[in-house]
Design a protein around this ligand. Structure first.
Ligand SMILES: [Zn+2]
Ligand SMILES: [Zn+2]
Length: 440
């Protein structure tokens, strides 16, 4: 075992200069139109939209959102303009992929009236595309509503205040159970619907306001998207039989993305406190090359964190570097569990190479690990790699706390939408340490 550990550590050292763990704009994440297909595992806007908004920093964007100032410097003078710019990223012909700029009359781009989501350069393309589009039109309608309603995460309307879990996590089988634990749910949802920002949203969205039941369902889906991450961590804590009531828990989130950390608020993982009331303290350390300055940019704790509270901290860099420079030097607590949301290491060779040192480290130090995927197919591909690496798979399947908010493939909307963290895999050390010892 010790030799294997050394091997992993030296491998980790050798690959220090390897590419980053989760490249933001390279490889399979970019589609043919240059849209980043899957960065939206983040509450809020994708990076593409942020770029479209021409924002230098997310903080400026947020202060604009909060209506404090509608930064004229950034070309946004009104909420209407802001929503238009967000929508611009979706404006291209779904059939022939033409962008408005390449049409004789950019205004001739028309939108599907049913879903209010996809565009066509003309009725010809729309007709040709319909047999394909009709399979997804209903789902895409939800996508279009959700991406507007998601704005309410930034205004603070979502999530609504939630109380301590009244059931043990083992007895919470999914979102129905989670919602059933929320007291006065109807009142809370109604107050979001009647809120100031909901009115601003539909007065400026340039789309018809959906009816109340549709909006309520959307608010619920966006809420699950927000709570999905802490709930999934809770699932892992429970599955690995860690006991937050007996001792403090340290969670490392690997491959944390740019927007995810910019957007992070101190309260983002508080659901863990509601899940495990009176716990001994839970620290969540976001580790990734794309970690950026934000509210949680503070060093990890060396000693135990405050009881009954979730403490967020972060480290900018690769996980195995973090491990060598902080964990091994006892500058940061060893993790009780490591979680990766959509690491995507199965997706291409380069990505796998940059993830390999981390995966070997997790295996050889026998760290309880949980990774999530966007789909069953991704789960299968990831499993294959983890089995090849001889990790011991201790669980996998559909995540009861998958986000319910559908995500479309931007450049090709006529594909089944995916859901953040829809599947998970858990592994713990080597699959068969005995056979490894024999091989020595
Ligand atoms: Zn067309
Ligand atoms: Zn449609």
């Amino acid at each position: 075992m010790a030799q294997k550990n050394q091997a992993a550590a030296s491998k980790a050292r050798r690959s220090k200069n390897k590419p980053r763990e989760a490249p933001v704009v390279t490889g399979p994440n970019m589609d043919s139109l240059g849209f980043q297909a899957m960065d939206s595992n983040v509450p809020g806007l994708s990076q593409v939209i942020l770029q479209k908004l021409n924002m230098k920093s997310y903080d400026e964007y947020r202060s604009a959102m909060e209506g404090k100032q509608l930064c004229p410097d950034f070309g946004i003078r009104s909420y209407f303009e802001m929503f238009q710019k967000m929508e611009d990223t979706f404006k291209f012909c779904t059939e022939c992929k033409k962008l408005p700029e390449s049409l004789p009359d950019p205004k001739s781009l028309r939108r599907c009236k049913r879903c209010q989501n996809v565009y066509y350069c003309g009725s010809g393309c729309q007709r040709v595309n319909w047999p394909m589009h009709k399979k997804f039109c209903r789902k895409l309608k939800l996508v279009a509503i959700d991406r507007l309603v998601e704005w309410l995460v930034f205004t603070g309307d979502i999530p609504f205040p939630t109380g301590s879990w009244t059931k043990r996590i083992q007895d919470v089988k999914g979102w129905d159970d989670w919602f059933s634990m929320q007291e006065q749910l109807d009142e809370k949802l109604s107050s979001i619907l009647a809120g100031r920002y909901m009115s601003i949203l539909w007065a400026n969205a340039g789309k018809p306001k959906p009816d109340e039941p549709e909006l309520i369902e959307s608010v619920k889906r966006v809420t699950t998207d927000f709570v999905s991450r802490p709930a999934t961590i809770g699932l892992g804590i429970c599955a690995f039989q860690l006991d937050p009531f007996a001792k403090p828990i340290t969670v490392h989130v690997v491959g944390a993305s740019h927007v995810e950390t910019l957007n992070a608020r101190a309260t983002d993982y508080d659901e863990l406190s509601r899940m495990f009331p009176k716990h001994q303290g839970i620290e969540v350390v976001m580790v990734g090359v794309d970690v950026v300055d934000g509210a949680i940019m503070r060093p990890p704790l060396v000693a135990f964190g405050p009881r009954e509270r979730v403490y967020l901290s972060s480290y900018k860099g690769l996980y195995h570097d973090f491990w060598e420079s902080l964990v091994e030097m006892q500058q940061a607590a060893r993790p009780d569990i490591v979680v990766g949301f959509h690491p995507g290491f199965h997706a291409c060779h380069n990505l796998m190479e940059s993830w390999l040192p981390t995966l070997l480290l997790l295996r050889d130090y026998k760290i309880p690990s949980l990774f999530t995927m966007y789909s069953e197919q991704e789960l299968k591909n990831s499993l294959k790699i983890l089995v090849e690496l001889e990790t011991l798979i201790v669980g996998c399947g559909a995540n009861p706390f998958a986000s319910l908010k559908p995500e479309q493939a931007y450049s090709n909307p006529n594909r089944p939408p995916v859901y953040c963290s829809s599947h998970y895999v858990m592994f713990h050390g080597l699959s068969d340490p005995a056979s490894f010892l024999h091989a020595q």
